[in-house]
Write a protein that binds this ligand. Structure first.
Ligand code: ADP
Length: 562
């Protein structure tokens, strides 16, 4: 038995992004893509939006033209093409054109300080850069500091802008117009690199993660499943999460694969603009970090208060990037919008888990509420485990904390141009990625992220979940934002302090917050109560909107002595 190995009889069709482009061309040519883009002739700090509309057929044709133009500029298989751009149709064209021609799309975070941004472009080694006209001031320093950069294509902006910036700078539209709309793509292997993205550096220097065609396609498929992103041809999707941040969580890929209507907001990410855009384009689903949706909730509530509610078709919002406060989930529920939490990281492409409820548990029930505030079970094809210091699995009791490890076809095991294997743990002959997150896992398989290892508070040898206390504080009506951080303590090693930003016009005292937490002592041990409350006008945020706890500790002199 088992001596004769039979070969399978399936075709060896590679999983590449070309399949996605060809499907879009063949089946969804009429589907719409809508972008709000800044008026190029409005020179104010906040140019008014222009609405750009076209169809999948246009996007695909222009992508082939872009590939052809890039090939004429000398871009070859494996070369990097960087983008410094907000969310819009031209960025989407780069999403298709660059990987389909066998080059690697390096999406760079436009919100980083210039030195970090230049470091990332240079480290990535891009030959060509596609850049929004809004960031044209960065072109001279980038050309001066990135020796591999041979050409820059400026997207949008007033006429003559590119020509005024030197002989390596070209107008994107002119380049596309010069390209061949019938450009023939090469046959690629699914293991070839398709994308490059750097971690946003919340806890250290940015590191590059290289995605493959295979990882991108498998991620797009899993992300579209009903219990993941539930993405269909009948949807109109608005990815507010930037296209430079882990491929906008893969929404462009899943959306194109499904044939969804796509809407892009460029720089118009404030609550009122998003509400207007969602109303006018009948958006059914959106993706973004909690702060974005807090802004949307403010705008929607304000409009209701003023007696002119927005008429939305919005069914659900996928929220992730940092812990989603239960208070936000409930607020969105009251507005008739289902909030779904997801967890992931640059290294996981990014979707690792999604918090959809198992059958038999109501959204509105107490258990449902608790589970939705967790990060959920791993999505199909991702495995997750939570381990203690010896590498043994912690009990699935929803209480015991340990390090969260994941593995799967879209999980990175190394960084670009790095030999470090620090992030990999070997268990039973398999590689697992140590996420750097501290979590518990419960009987439903729901992961609950309690902290990042580097933000963790260890008091008397025991962990305190800062995220948990932050969430309880965010429940208080006077709180706009809360961060719980470690402060050095002679006796306990570390003790928690709460740093609070109050809503404008709200007043509450330290005593109010102490009482607010004391009233909820059935949910956590008393020694987790913060020792100090610090009131500040604002919290420091990373370029993608995460609270920088390290900076907070430094700013308020809470780092350990020495
Ligand atoms: P960076 O590591 O530089 O912040 P990433 O965008 O890759 O950049 O961040 C991934 C991290 O964000 C995760 O490791 C986790 O700590 C945090 N995170 C993402 N989603 C959630 C979530 N739903 N709840 C709590 N933390 C989250």
């Amino acid at each position: 038995m088992g001596e004769i190995m039979i070969g399978n009889t399936m075709m060896d069709a590679p999983l590449t992004l070309l399949a996605l482009l060809e499907r879009a061309e063949e089946l969804f040519g009429d589907q719409e893509i809508i972008s709000w883009i800044p008026d190029p002739n409005d020179r104010s700090d906040r140019p008014r939006p222009l609405v750009h509309r076209y169809r999948y057929a246009d996007a695909c044709r222009r992508s082939r033209q872009l590939s052809s133009a890039l090939a004429n500029l000398g871009v070859q298989r494996g070369d990097r093409v960087a983008t410094l751009a907000t969310n819009h149709y031209r960025h989407l064209e780069a999403y298709l054109a660059v990987p389909c021609m066998g080059a690697v799309l390096h999406t760079v975070n436009v919100r980083l300080p210039p030195e970090q941004l230049i470091y990332i472009v240079r480290h990535g080694g891009a030959e060509v850069l596609l850049i929004d006209h809004l960031f044209a001031r960065l072109i001279p320093p980038l050309l001066a500091n990135c020796p591999a950069l041979r050409a820059v294509l400026v997207m949008g902006g007033p006429q003559g802008l590119a020509a005024s910036l030197g002989d390596k700078v070209f107008d994107y539209e002119a380049q596309v117009a010069s390209g061949d709309p019938y450009f023939v793509y090469p046959q690629l292997a699914e293991s070839e690199a398709s994308g490059l993205c750097y971690t946003s550096g919340t806890t250290g220097m940015p590191k590059g993660v290289v995605y493959s065609h295979r990882s991108t396609i498998l991620h797009a498929l899993s992300a579209a499943l009903p219990d993941t992103g539930n993405i269909s041809r009948h949807d109109t999707l608005l990815p507010v999460v930037p296209m430079f941040h882990v491929n906008a969580w893969g929404v462009p890929h899943s959306g194109l694969l499904a044939g969804s209507r796509l809407v892009f907001a460029s720089i118009y990410n404030d609550g009122a603009s998003l509400a207007r855009l969602m109303e006018s384009e009948r958006v059914t689903g959106g993706t973004g970090v909690p702060t974005i949706w807090m802004g949307l909730a403010d705008a929607l509530e304000e409009a209701i208060g003023a007696g002119h509610p927005y008429q939305l078709q919005l069914k659900s919002l996928l929220i992730g990037g940092s812990a989603v406060p239960e208070a936000l989930i409930q607020r969105l529920d009251r507005l008739g919008i289902q909030a779904i939490q997801g967890w992931g990281m640059t290294e996981t492409s990014p979707i690792g888990s999604i918090s959809r409820l198992p059958p038999g548990i109501d959204l509105g029930s107490e258990l449902g509420g608790h589970l939705r505030a967790k990060q959920g079970p791993p999505v199909p094809l991702i495995q997750a485990r939570v381990v203690d210091a010896s590498g043994a699995d912690v009990p699935r009791d929803g209480v015991t904390m340990g390090r969260l490890l994941v593995r799967g076809p879209w999980v990175a095991e190394r960084y670009y141009l790095s030999d470090s294997t620090d992030q990999v743990v070997q268990i039973g002959g398999q590689n697992w990625l140590d996420t750097g997150d501290i979590a518990s896992i419960d009987g439903y398989g729901f992961i609950d992220i309690r902290d990042r290892a580097k933000d963790m508070i260890k008091s008397g040898g025991e962990w305190i979940s800062s995220v948990f206390i932050e969430n309880l504080l965010m429940d208080h009506p006077a709180v706009a934002e809360a961060a719980v951080i470690a402060t050095p303590d002679h006796k306990w090693g570390e003790r928690p302090a709460a740093v609070l930003v109050l809503r404008s016009g709200a007043a509450a005292s330290e005593e109010d917050f102490r009482q607010h937490l004391m009233d909820r002592l059935d949910r956590f041990p008393k020694w987790w109560l913060p020792d100090r409350y610090i009131f500040v006008p604002e919290l420091p945020h990373s370029s993608v909107g995460k609270v920088l706890k390290r900076a907070l500790r430094e700013r308020y002199g809470l780092t350990p002595p020495g």
